[in-house]
Design a protein around this ligand. Structure first.
Ligand code: NAI
Ligand code: SF4
Length: 515
């Protein structure tokens, strides 16, 4: 009997190792033949550790399972999928999962992350097989036709980026994966790296074949030790079967890659400082142009893509561009793994085609607030994303529609707040975050963010000069938006201005629209 106990960091934080040990011990004591598979997380984080039993009807889920529950679960006959207070029914039938469209995350939580047999048995390597039979320019064309846009947040068309690198003439090119997932409320990259590392390696290998790059780097933040270990182990296994480290499966086309660990600076998620960091230098932003696609790592043409962009490449190659392109709305093709965090009853990962609304995510999946109080604001797209009031929760999640309301979908993370939130404090937090994480290269961000914190403090202190301080704050935000070298200083005004515009009462002013 196969029992699945996740080894994802979210499950480990909730005692999954102790649960796995207890299952093994009790099964042993009772002479029951069980095999424990340590899978990734299904992404239903409030149910972790979510333990599954393989039954003839399908996998049956129990959760959240704590070590003290294990003996009772055996007593209740869970190996046959029998009733228990923690029984959730067939995993695939849980509405939170059933209503998703899992393309990039198809295997996450399903397979043993390090088993190459499991990977191949669940559709893995099909994309690479097809790519090996194609000319490099055909692979690039397939990506362009799929409509995939950068999932790190900027939504630049991935195929066009690859085209630029493919067209650059150079003796050496690189594939760099940005796994420095620094946005608040985001965890899709981590969940994927821990739950299905081979799909990322496959995507990077295909990228290498497409643009003529033979070496890759995965730049992972040090705060993700499980992801780092999983990737290292997966790379070693891929080398042992002739996938990495020489000719890709005997094709005569080489590819290899390695993991580089970041040291915890938010700015190292910005592509050019990430490249500086890999080169062994301090993480400071480079001026663009030249784009990394033309002159990137060690001055060579470099594809730099987010984890989710690269991990989506294999399914596009395996099923064809049209299959992927048909999901979504407008120019937002395919699916996005949304990450539900903050004050929500059911936090977790929801992969859906673009076009659904924030309300669908907050209530249909998230179950409303965890506190039971009314929800009031949602920050979408990380610490540099706008705060959205309820009047905007019905706007379809579509890159262009969000630009229309001065917001951004970014990496798909959302953090919900109930009616006890003080939006003036959240605005201050955004400016303070920018001041702390600024790389210091340009003045609007380095100086502006510190002056912004001071101005917000003066507004909070009240008094007769408040209106003038608000005016000053808007002026400062304008300068940061227009004059910053990169997205940190250039986007920190979004949360500040959205808080000011949509929640003026929290700043002690009757209404505050831009002059
Ligand atoms: P960007 O718009 O400057 O560039 C997007 C990408 O397209 C870059 O890789 C750039 O090099 C490339 N590019 C642009 N024109 C090109 C061309 N003609 N040919 C080839 N490549 C081209 O945006 P940037 O600064 O890279 O990213 C900002 C975004 O990052 C924000 O929108 C934010 O959502 C996101 N972000 C994500 C975080 C995360 O943890 N995932 C953290 C912080 C920000
Ligand atoms: Fe550095 Fe901030 Fe300027 Fe970006 S905006 S280059 S983080 S100082």
């Amino acid at each position: 009997i196969v029992i699945y106990v996740p080894r994802d960091a979210a499950a480990l934080a909730m005692d999954a190792d102790a649960v796995a040990r207890d299952i093994e011990r009790i099964a042993d004591q009772r002479g029951l033949p069980v095999q424990i598979v340590r899978n990734g997380s299904r992404g239903l984080l409030w149910l972790e550790p979510l333990v599954e039993i393989a039954t003839p009807q399908g996998r049956v889920a129990y959760g959240p399972v704590q070590p003290e529950d294990v003996a009772g679960l055996f007593d209740a006959g869970w190996l046959a999928g029998d009733e228990h207070a923690l029984r959730l029914g067939l995993t695939e039938a849980i509405p939170y999962l059933k209503h998703q469209e899992r393309l990039t995350f198809a295997r996450v939580g399903v397979t043993d992350p390090l088993s190459l047999q499991d990977y191949a048995a669940h559709g893995g390597l099909q994309g690479l097989k097809r790519a090996l039979a194609m000319a490099p320019e055909q692979i690039v064309e397939e990506l362009v036709a799929s409509g995939l846009r950068g999932r790190g947040g900027a939504a630049f068309p991935t195929g066009i980026k690859w085209k630029t690198v493919a067209a650059a003439a150079a003796s050496q090119k690189y594939i760099v994966c940005n796994a420095d997932e620094g946005d608040s409320g985001t965890f899709a990259d981590r969940l994927l790296m821990e739950g299905d590392p081979y799909v990322l390696i496959e995507g990077m290998t295909i990228a290498g074949l497409a643009v003529g790059a033979t070496y890759g780097y995965i730049y992972v933040r040090s705060e993700y030790p499980q992801a780092i270990d999983t990737l290292e182990a997966a790379i070693a296994r891929a080398r042992s079967v002739g996938w990495l480290g020489g000719d890709v499966h005997g094709s005569g086309r080489r590819f290899d890659l390695e993991v580089r660990v970041g040291a915890g600076a938010y700015i190292c998620g910005e592509e050019t400082s990430l490249l500086e960091s890999i080169e062994g230098k301090r993480g400071v932003v480079r001026a663009k142009p030249p784009l990394p696609a033309v002159s990137g790592l060690f001055g060579k043409p470099t594809v730099i893509n987010n984890v989710i962009s690269l991990a989506t490449v294999p399914i596009i190659l395996a099923k064809g561009a049209a299959y992927y392109r048909d999901y979504g709305v407008g120019r937002s093709h395919g699916t996005l793994p949304f990450q539900l965090a903050g004050n929500l009853k059911h936090g977790g990962l929801v992969e859906k085609a673009f076009g659904l609304t924030l309300r669908d995510l907050l209530y249909g999946f998230g179950g409303g607030s965890a506190s039971g109080r009314p929800l009031r604001a949602v920050q979408v797209g990380g610490p540099l994303g706008a705060y959205l009031p309820e009047s905007q929760w019905d706007v379809p999640l579509d890159y262009e529609a969000y630009v229309q309301i001065s917001a951004m979908i970014g990496h798909g993370g959302l953090v919900a707040f109930d009616d006890t939130v003080d939006m003036a404090r959240m605005a201050r937090y955004a400016m303070e975050f920018c001041a702390i994480e600024s790389c210091g290269k340009c003045t609007p961000c380095r100086i502006g963010s510190t002056r912004g914190v001071e101005t917000l403090d003066k507004i909070a202190a009240g008094g007769p000069g408040r209106e003038q301080q608000v005016h000053l704050l808007r002026d400062l935000c304008d300068t940061m938006l227009a004059g910053s070298l990169c997205a940190l200083g250039g986007m920190a005004p979004y949360p500040v201005l959205s808080a000011l515009n949509h929640f003026p009462q929290d700043f002690g002013i009757p209404s505050s629209q831009p002059a």
